[in-house]
Design a protein around this ligand. Structure first.
Ligand SMILES: O=P(O)(O)O[C@H]1O[C@H](CO)[C@@H](O)[C@H]1O
Length: 293
């Protein structure tokens, strides 16, 4: 179950991949962006792009899900050097959890200081509407309850400590920045803050499961992000994450609604421009160790 030393996920493997990427481009990213289902257009914001197909990057997994293009895009956003994953990996694709999160460690070794993760999620909170954007303030890691945590197995201290704290996983300043920027852009009507719950997928939730998750304190449900957040925090990167509410989770036996990936992708396309504006305005205002003003 746990990665062996030569598993392809260890420090040396991540370092080899990061070093290889650094020989292919002069861009030294300080921000790493992960595009959720149907949100790959975020990568199109980057200028002076250098694009790698995942299949050409040593050690990198391949995207298998529609709406996840499978490209790593380097570029600049209003002068800030960034790297963007146009396509992420999910547990249900069959990858070991350490492989899903490998890009976070590669981000770290590329010099990334802040990770911005996006996802598509089902709304459990009855006040949420399709198209709302939920700034994630906390998470519930359901697979983690069963021992499925990306940090399980031998700890490599070069990345981080054995028992990382998660009560501060989502950077509060960045949450406030998102709220401020959202307000300035006129997005307050559809900006929310809430708790994201990850499940293994790929089947969508039953009605009883949605009701249970809501009672447990989750505002939105999805199949990603949390593993990346844990790995990113373990190695000391700041984390901001948001969910686009692409569908209402079905909570009622009378409902005719059925969760489906088409609706997820469609909502992503409809909110794409506003999400790009929000993320790019935030990127210009995040402080980093180097000054790019
Ligand atoms: O979390 P992202 O990658 O946005 O994708 C979400 O959309 C897919 C379901 O439509 C699932 O993979 C779910 O996790």
């Amino acid at each position: 179950m746990f990665p062996e030393q030569n598993s392809g996920y260890g420090y040396e493997d991540c370092k080899a991949t990061a070093d290889w990427l650094l020989t292919q481009t002069d861009i030294r990213p300080v921000v790493g962006i992960v595009c959720g289902s149907g949100l790959g257009g975020l990568a199109d914001m980057l200028k002076d792009q250098v694009v790698f197909n995942y299949k050409d990057i040593p050690n990198f997994p391949q995207s298998t899900v529609r709406g996840h293009a499978g490209q790593l895009v380097f570029g600049t956003l209003k002068g800030r050097p960034c790297v963007c994953m146009q396509g992420r990996f999910h547990l249900y694709e069959g990858y070991p959890i350490q492989k899903i999160t490998l890009p976070m460690r590669i981000f770290k070794l590329l010099g990334v200081e802040t990770v911005m993760l996006t996802n598509a999620a089902g709304g459990l909170n009855q006040d949420y509407k399709v198209g709302d954007v939920m700034i994630i303030k906390d998470h519930i890691n359901m697979p983690g309850f069963a021992g499925n945590n990306p940090l399980a197995g031998p700890n490599d201290d070069r990345f981080g400590v054995r028992f990382p704290c998660m009560s501060d996983a989502y950077d509060r300043e960045l949450q406030q920045l998102a709220m401020d920027v959202g307000q300035e852009l006129g997005y307050s009507d559809f900006l929310k803050e809430g708790v994201y719950c990850v499940l293994g997928g790929p089947s969508f939730e039953t009605i009883a499961e949605c009701r249970m998750l809501h009672r447990l304190g989750a505002d939105a449900v999805g199949m990603s992000t949390v593993h990346e957040v844990i790995t990113a925090r373990h190695c000391g990167m700041r984390v901001f994450a948001l969910s686009l509410i692409t569908n209402q989770a079905v909570m009622d036996y009378e409902s005719k609604e059925k969760a489906n990936h088409e609706e997820v992708l469609q909502t992503g396309r409809q909110r794409a421009k506003q999400l790009e504006q929000l993320v790019s305005a935030m990127v210009t205002r995040i402080e980093h160790s180097q000054n790019y003003a």
